[in-house]
Ligand binder design. Structure first.
Ligand code: SAH
Ligand code: SF4
Length: 441
């Protein structure tokens, strides 16, 4: 870049999970390290990166639609560079290029090196070594962050549940070195972060690949010790990997919040077996009981897939009854969609679309009733929330938004005091299945 040239502007469009958001931040850091600046509007960008999700068909459709629009935009602006990353990019770039036509660059989500190689072909950069060093510094930077941060601790997944594309797109499970994670969390806290969520597709299998006995419990103890950190969370736990040691550690550490996201996916044993989840309904219920015996305050949330190949009405009802039995705090329901390359995509997708939709609605209706009654129990009482953002949708009533340790969403009217990043005690006044409205206690 010469001195007279205006700095290039980037725009990153992200769909999907927290892991994708972290990957997008990494791409942004890399671009900033090269001297590029964020664009204020998408139309002003010189480079646009789409960070895609392939976990469900609906997400992938959005990615295709978005890419189509951007390819049209590039017709008017031929110098625009378009990059596609995320779980839609398979290691077979040719196949990806055929499915998602028109991007100039394709790179896998954990492969910044692939991104840099392709970027350098278009926009030569002084030295790559410099860029990488800069990026590492960036990770350390004490620039001010928001109060909550997400830290990947493992990448990929080895489970190969029959419906899931993740292992094919994110590769084998690899844990990051423990001290690297602790250092990163320490720097984040120095930069103002109050709550850290450790991320992994199977976060509670962390460290297994080290083959030296290190596990998530050990890591939690170290991160829990970081002075200035208020709250610690971790996502997503795989039911089979919830050891007694881990449960006791969670129960015993003061900063670890009373919330575990523990996807069950289905409540019927035949469906679970077809999904290759590796546990039965009874195993799962027994695990829930073990967790609650050790730490009764823990709120559990879950993911469910309805309309899996062959799922009958009766089998679906087993999922409904499991939801009633466990009383989760939140349930994320997805209609099954076959993902090319997975085992279940070879089986007939035989639950009609309308039926899937109806099952989604029935499950959501049951869960809404449960969430509402849990929130009603909290009405009139006091809870501690960590204020993490402001709500922008309702400008007539400016609100803070925070979460309880159990991960329940709470709104609080904004006064003069800046509460961002503070843990405050509030009184719950009004409730809905999705959130609570509070006033200062
Ligand atoms: N590692 C997590 C899940 C990652 S994918 C786990 O083991 O649970 C996130 C969620 O997307 C899954 O929990 C599942 O509910 C949903 N999902 C994954 N593949 C899907 C598919 N083919 N159709 C519909 N939902 C799917
Ligand atoms: Fe996918 Fe199963 Fe791995 Fe979760 S555990 S990422 S659902 S293969």
């Amino acid at each position: 870049m010469t001195e007279t040239e205006a700095p290039k502007r980037y725009w990153i469009w992200t769909v999907g999970c927290q892991m994708n958001k972290v990957d997008s931040d990494r791409v942004a850091d890399t671009l900033r390290a090269r001297g590029y600046l964020p664009a204020v509007r998408e139309e002003d960008a010189d480079i646009i990166i789409l960070n895609s999700c392939a976990v469900r068909e609906s997400a992938e459709r959005r990615v295709s639609g978005k890419l189509g629009n951007l390819v049209a935009l590039r017709e008017e602006k031929p110098e625009l560079l378009l990059g596609l990353t995320g779980c839609s990019v398979s290691p077979d770039f040719e196949a990806t290029r055929k499915r998602f036509k028109g991007a100039d660059m394709y790179f896998q989500p954990t492969r910044i090196d692939q991104f840099l190689d392709q970027l350098n072909e278009r926009w030569p950069s002084p030295t790559d070594a410099g860029v990488m060093a800069c990026w590492e510094e960036q990770a350390d930077a004490t620039e001010s962050k928001g109060p909550v941060a997400y830290v990947p601790i493992s990448n990929g997944c080895d489970k190969f549940c029959t419906y899931c594309i993740v292992p094919y797109r994110r590769g084998r499970e690899r844990s990051r070195p423990m001290m690297e994670i602790v250092d990163e969390c320490g720097s984040l806290v120095k930069a103002g972060v109050k709550e850290v969520t450790l991320l992994g597709q199977r976060v509670n299998a962390y460290g297994r690949d080290f083959k030296n006995g290190t596990d998530l419990a050990d890591l939690l103890v170290l991160v829990n010790n970081i002075p200035g950190l208020d709250r610690l969370r971790f996502l997503t736990s795989y039911p089979r990997d919830m050891s007694d040691k881990l449960i006791e550690t969670i129960a015993g550490l003061d900063k670890v919040c009373e919330h575990i996201h523990l996807p069950v996916q289905a409540g019927n044993n035949v469906v679970l077996e077809n999904m290759r989840r590796g546990y039965t309904r009874e195993d799962y219920l027994e695990l829930v009981a073990r967790i609650r015996a050790a730490a009764p305050a823990i709120a559990l949330s879950t993911d469910i897939i309805v309309g899996f190949p062959g799922e009958t009405e009766e089998q679906f009802r087993d999922t409904l009854s499991l939801i009633e039995d466990v009383r989760f705090s939140t349930v994320y329901v997805a209609a099954y969609s076959p993902r090319a390359g997975t085992l279940s995509s070879r089986w007939p997708d035989d639950v009609p679309k309308e039926e899937k939709k109806e099952r989604v609605q029935r499950l959501n209706a049951v869960q809404e009733r449960i969430s509402l009654s849990q929130h009603q129990e909290l009405r009139g009482g006091e809870v501690d929330i960590l204020v993490e953002s402001t709500e922008s949708e309702r400008s007539d009533l400016p609100q803070w938004q925070g979460r309880t340790r159990q991960n329940r969403r709470v709104f609080l009217p904004r006064g003069d005091e800046d509460l961002m990043g503070r843990t405050v005690r509030v009184r719950v006044e009004k409730v809905s299945p999705w959130a609570m409205q509070a006033v200062p206690a």
